[in-house]
Design a protein around this ligand. Structure first.
Ligand code: MOS
Length: 724
């Protein structure tokens, strides 16, 4: 065997050192192929036709004229499409989201529902024919009206319990010296990954292969195998490069439609979504209507905490945005009540979107804490420190590390928090009112079973295979560093192959669990491989391969509250004569386990914080009451933060180690957005003296709030003005 494979104390750890993306050169030179551009011989193109009514039935589709158009090969709709099997258990034991089960019935559950797929020789021919297809509907009145007062909202669980209740809320509120009772709202928000969803399906010698852009290849295999009643071993999904996902890239209509068409036509079929189609086909974050009631003693200690949230879902599938969940981790109180409710409307099914629950939930909870600090006359950081729980407020479980206080201390020092005058509306820079705000962040640090293989080659190099997904996060690079350390070799000697379901089951890139779960499997495989090599039998030409499976180890993990934490800081400038809000600087300090690759980790955290700026000030999908569809379903109408909106922004971390944790590594994909919008909103209050409880803090909201005020938004530290 090669000496290079011998464990050596001379190994220099790669984890913790900055490493540029392994595929970076391929990406910037265009050599990296995305799902919509992998070349195929004999490729046909499918174009989805979406409903133009928000509720009703398809009475007829005039397919004959379309079939006569140039290049058109087929039109699939509910009358002729292959039947799907829809009664099965999905990922993590959940019911499947059958929003993807297209062409199975004539019902139209929302505007933008796929009613047909037109397949043609070229993408242009398919699009032209799809746009020419006349669909006749029996239209029914639709209901898209969302709000806190929906009487038909019901408690709904999703991926966490719907309701938790501890103690007598009314009694504790009555006994409180200070009470905050406020309603907050967040709008419908869309993921908008840069790369639109795309899939190419083809049958290859009895095997279905799908080239796809997704967050987990074996997940997609599982769903497609179930839907099409196939043996999972006869389905292969590959997704080498993925241009962003944020939760939106699971199994959706376009993959299912592509498989149907490839099956019917017996040739490869590609279906790509347009940006506009993504607004109804890719999932989104539900709007939320939240109410937070806090009761505290005069010294700020919480006696009562209530966090209630309503979100919406479609009539097709019950997806819950669990915004009240974050309160179950962050703060304890004698009476502690949380509830997530949902209302079913004639709208597309929402889905997981970066920090589902925590992102909107932390806006309400952390803004309410800021209001409580104001009422108690306490510094908002001091208020949080006084309410640090010593165990899970709802679970009663110990925290496996809770370094929130350290994040606040380090953040306050670097941000210059100590100099802050707590009174609002006092600082000016020309026409700008200035203010600073802070908020806490947390996100679960879970792990899910994964498998990996590690191969030692005779030339002293290694190949690690795991069906991980790099959705732009740098996962491939992070896993290379992890594997190199585990194999006691240099990263240059390790080839990490990902994005192929044939590598075996693995966690998806989701829930901030990817790197943690995959690293675990990679380390186990690498450790076993080194043991094999230590036997010294030599490496045959095909190499020596070992396989790991962490199912048992993950199952044996002791129950604990496992989370990343963070402290967000923002400084804003508000022009109350134009309503403009600019973020001037932002700082996030995180406790997110050992950081694998500081370069890409910083990018992840900054990206999350920029999402927070965007959520606080820009993002809002607006539905037209009459049609039930969007106004401006594109990046002109839907505003996201762009470079000019991103000021001096810094993300950093503190040491966060847990000697009892078998992996140590936590996820960083989501914690960066948590609390970020609240920090901005709290800073807007500090600048103006006005609480904005509805996101985004648009210029018109700032203006109408300023109009209700005596002078230009400047006022002493009295009670906040009513929300705009
Ligand atoms: Mo993420 S919303 O768990 O992909």
């Amino acid at each position: 065997m090669s000496t290079l494979t011998t464990p050596t104390s001379l190994h220099t750890p790669a984890v913790g050192t900055a490493h540029t993306r392994i595929e970076g050169r391929d990406k910037v030179t265009g050599a990296a192929r995305y799902a919509g551009e992998v070349p195929f011989a004999n490729l046909a193109y499918g174009w989805l036709v979406l409903s133009t009514v928000a509720r009703g039935r398809i009475r007829d589709l005039d397919t004959d004229p379309v079939l006569a158009m140039p290049g058109v090969l087929a039109v699939l709709d509910h009358r002729n499409a292959p039947r799907l099997h829809t009664d099965y258990t999905s990922l993590l034991g959940m019911r499947p989201d059958l929003t993807c089960a297209v062409f199975q019935h004539d019902r139209v559950p929302y505007l933008g529902w796929p009613v047909a797929l037109v397949v043609a020789e070229t993408s242009e021919q398919a699009r032209e024919a799809a746009e020419a297809l006349v669909v006749h509907y029996e239209q029914e009145p639709h209901d898209i009206e969302f709000g806190a007062e929906r009487p038909d909202a019901y408690p709904a669980a999703g991926h966490m319990p719907a309701v938790t209740e501890k103690g007598d809320l009314d009694a504790e509120l009555a006994a409180s010296a200070v009470v905050v009772d406020a309603e907050y709202s967040t709008p419908e928000e869309h993921h908008n990954p840069m790369e639109p969803h795309a899939a190419t399906a083809h049958w290859d010698g009895g095997r279905l292969e799908v080239i796809d852009s997704n967050q987990g290849a074996t997940w997609v295999v599982g769903e497609l195998a179930n839907l099409f009643s196939l043996d999972p071993a006869s389905v292969r999904v590959r997704s080498e490069h993925v241009g962003g996902g944020f939760g939106s890239k699971g199994v959706r209509a376009h993959q299912v439609a592509a498989v149907m068409a490839a099956t019917v036509l017996g040739r490869p079929v590609r279906v790509v979504l347009t940006r506009r189609q993504m607004f109804s086909l890719a999932g989104y974050r539900s709007p939320t209507a939240q109410r937070v009631r806090l009761g505290a003693d005069a010294d700020g200690h919480l006696r009562a905490l209530e966090h209630r949230s309503v979100s919406l879902t479609s009539t097709v599938y019950e997806f819950v945005e669990p915004s009240a969940g974050v309160a179950r981790v962050m703060y304890d109180a004698g009476a502690h009540h949380t509830a997530n409710r949902v209302v079913r409307l004639d709208v597309p099914t929402p889905t997981y979107m970066r920090a589902p629950g925590e992102a909107p939930g932390s806006f309400a909870l952390e803004a309410a804490l800021d209001e409580l600090a104001e009422k108690c006359g306490l510094d908002p950081i001091e208020l949080r420190l006084r309410n640090e729980p010593d165990k899970g407020p709802v679970s009663g479980l110990p925290f496996a590390g809770r370094n929130l206080a350290a994040c606040f201390r380090e953040g306050a020092r670097r941000f210059g928090w100590a100099d802050r005058d707590p009174r609002p509306g006092l600082r000016r820079d020309g026409r700008w009112l200035l203010g600073t705000g802070t908020a806490a962040a947390s996100f679960p640090a879970g792990a899910q079973p994964s498998t990996a293989t590690a191969t030692a080659h005779p030339d002293g190099t290694f190949t690690v295979r795991i069906s991980a997904a790099d959705i732009g996060t740098g996962a491939r690079t992070a896993l290379t560093l992890v594997a190199a350390d585990a194999l006691r070799t240099a990263p240059e000697r390790v080839r990490v192959r990902i994005g192929d379901s044939d590598f075996g089951p693995a966690m998806i890139a989701g829930g901030s669990m990817g790197t943690r779960s995959w690293s675990w499997a990679v380390r186990v495989a690498a450790g076993d491989l080194l043991e094999r090599l230590a036997l010294g039998d030599g490496i045959p030409p095909q190499g020596i391969t070992v396989r790991s499976d962490t199912t048992e180890a993950v199952g044996a993990l002791a129950a604990a509250e496992r989370h990343s934490f963070g402290a967000q800081f923002a400084e804003v400038a508000v022009d109350v004569s134009t309503g403009e809000v600019r973020v001037r600087r932002m700082l996030g300090i995180f406790a997110a386990g050992p950081i694998v690759n500081p370069l890409t980790a910083r990018g992840q955290l900054l990206g999350g914080m920029i999402w927070g700026i965007s959520m606080a000030l820009h993002e809002e999908a607006v539905r037209d009451r009459a049609s039930g569809g969007h106004v401006g379903a594109d990046l002109a109408g839907y505003h996201v933060a762009t470079h000019a909106d991103v000021p001096r922004i810094e993300a950093d971390w503190i040491e966060d180690t847990d000697p009892d944790d078998p992996v140590g590594i936590k996820g960083i994909g989501e914690v960066g957005i948590v609390g970020a919008a609240a920090a901005v909103a709290n800073a807007v209050w500090h600048a103006t003296g006005v609480r904005h409880r509805a996101l985004p803090i648009r210029p018109d909201r700032v203006l109408s709030a300023a109009r209700q005020k005596p002078t230009d938004g400047i006022r002493p530290a009295a009670a906040g003005a009513p929300d705009a």
